[in-house]
Design a protein around this ligand. Structure first.
Ligand SMILES: Nc1ncnc2c1ncn2[C@@H]1O[C@H](COP(=O)(O)OP(=O)(O)OP(=O)(O)O)[C@@H](O)[C@H]1O
Ligand SMILES: [Mg+2]
Length: 435
């Protein structure tokens, strides 16, 4: 069946392409009772993969499924209530919960019906009987109910790292002992339940920022040791070319093989999101031109125009907000300088230049968030940039992974006519200290 193009959000069913190997691998983990930490670069299709997995598993009928999004959760209480609300799809568990949560569930049901509330945090907090004193017991009871369900349950928790990051750093991005303890308590509670109900409840954790670097910043990595990592890779070129072919068929467009290959080579890293974005822009350009067949000239025009143009800033802002979330304001600023440094140097950031940068920043230790530990901020920044898929190690330095992101970054800072680097002058848009 030809592929329908994606909207702005995650995809499943007839909008979901490929990932058969990953779906099978995750299904096997579920059968084995393995808990998974799904990681990938931004917009690689993590949420879509989990949604599609749950959809298929549910269709097969061997397990029940729960999907919880914690993007708007600010406390463990929010998280437990959201978990409770979403667990209503598991009939067996819901029946059991009803008897033990008699005073709570009518309100949960009420708040579920009021799904349209513009402020989800308020929706889940309203007088539910779950509070700072009892969230652990309520949460334990929820896990027990899920574990006692007739069928095993797959519990997918998306955006868990956002909640952990908030617990750890609050709104001012500072780790305090109290905040560290709060994050510790929540993750310990989750780990304890994961261990206690292994085989009955399989967890899949995912998020648009990585959990690993966040836990590392607070020396809490051990709390994630029950989750087996699963790294979702970009599509290879053949898959991306096939995806473009399927989209073209669906919209009755003619995208010759050479055109599709050209699109993929420009992207360099075949993130499904970027493949879809490129198709969208090309389709719109053809529509405006009143044509059905695309040429390589169209690809060139669309790439340098629409792809690097108007929508770019919105996407970059979103990337930036996630970087700021993990690294803080100062760390984010330095991350942007690293990316700019790479962009002005043909996409490559050499180690000796990073060293020069390190020496040129006298107050280096101040982007710290860890309280007690002596932070290694530049290492922190590079670690996050590498693990979030911005840069990758390559012979004595770091290189942009994605051609599109590199071009976006260059275009954003108007660096197209930049002279050779390092030692260049006249970069106004970032406070570079590369001398
Ligand atoms: N398997 C797929 N088939 C087709 N398109 C996909 C697929 N996976 C992802 N996409 C495209 O990528 C976009 C982003 O997908 P999704 O939201 O699942 O990514 P994500 O990794 O969860 O993103 P984030 O890092 O923001 O959480 C979708 O809107 C869709 O355009
Ligand atoms: Mg997602």
């Amino acid at each position: 069946m030809p592929l329908r193009k994606a909207g702005a959000n995650w995809v499943e069913g007839d909008r979901f392409f490929d990932r058969e190997v990953e779906l099978e691998a995750l299904a096997e983990r579920v059968r084995d009772g393995t808990h998974t930490l799904l990681t990938a670069q931004r917009r690689m299709g993590k949420t879509s993969l989990v949604r599609e997995l749950l959809r298929r598993l549910k269709e097969e009928g061997s397990v029940d499924t729960v999907f919880v999004d914690l993007e708007d959760a600010a406390t463990p209480v929010d998280a437990i209530l959201e978990l409770t609300v979403q667990s209503r799809s598991v009939q067996g568990a819901w029946r059991r919960l009803k008897s033990s949560f008699a005073n709570v569930l009518p309100r949960v049901e009420l708040s579920t019906r009021a799904d349209t509330s513009p402020v989800p945090n308020i929706r889940v907090k309203l007088g539910t009987g779950i509070d700072g004193g009892n969230w652990r017991q309520r949460g334990d009871r929820l896990f027990e109910a899920l574990a006692e369900n007739e069928r095993p349950v797959v519990l997918a928790i998306d955006e868990l790292p956002i909640l952990v990051n908030l617990l750890l750093k609050g709104d001012d991005n500072r780790i305090t002992p109290q905040r560290r303890q709060a994050a510790d308590e929540f993750l310990s509670w989750l780990r304890k339940n994961g261990q206690a109900h292994r085989g009955r409840v399989s967890m899949i954790l995912s998020g648009s920022v990585r959990l690993g670097p966040i836990l590392l910043q607070a020396d809490l990595s051990a709390l994630a040791n029950i989750y087996s990592p699963f790294d979702l890779k970009p599509w290879d070129e053949d898959t991306a070319v096939a995806c473009l072919g399927s989209l073209a068929e669906s919209y009755e467009l003619d995208l010759p093989l050479a055109v599709r290959q050209d699109m993929c080579r420009r992207l360099r890293c075949q993130s499904p999101h970027h493949v879809q974005l490129f198709f969208d822009h090309l389709r719109e350009a053809l529509r405006q031109a009143g044509r059905r067949e695309a040429t390589r000239e169209d690809v060139e025009r669309v790439y340098t125009g629409a792809m690097l143009g108007a929508g770019r800033e919105m996407v970059l802002k979103h990337y930036e907000s996630r970087l700021k979330m993990v690294l803080g304001r100062e760390g984010c600023r330095i991350a942007k300088e690293m990316l700019t440094g790479a962009a002005v140097n043909g996409g490559f950031l050499p180690d000796d230049v990073i060293d020069r940068y390190r020496r040129s920043v006298p107050d280096w230790g101040r982007i710290s968030h860890p309280v007690e530990a002596d932070p290694a901020p530049l290492e922190d920044v590079l670690h996050v940039l590498e693990h979030d898929g911005y840069l990758e190690r390559q012979g004595g330095g770091y290189r942009f992974v994605s051609g599109l992101l590199e071009d976006w970054w260059r275009a954003r800072h108007d660096l197209r006519r930049t002279p050779s680097w390092p030692g260049r002058t006249g970069c106004q848009s970032e406070t570079l200290r590369w001398s």
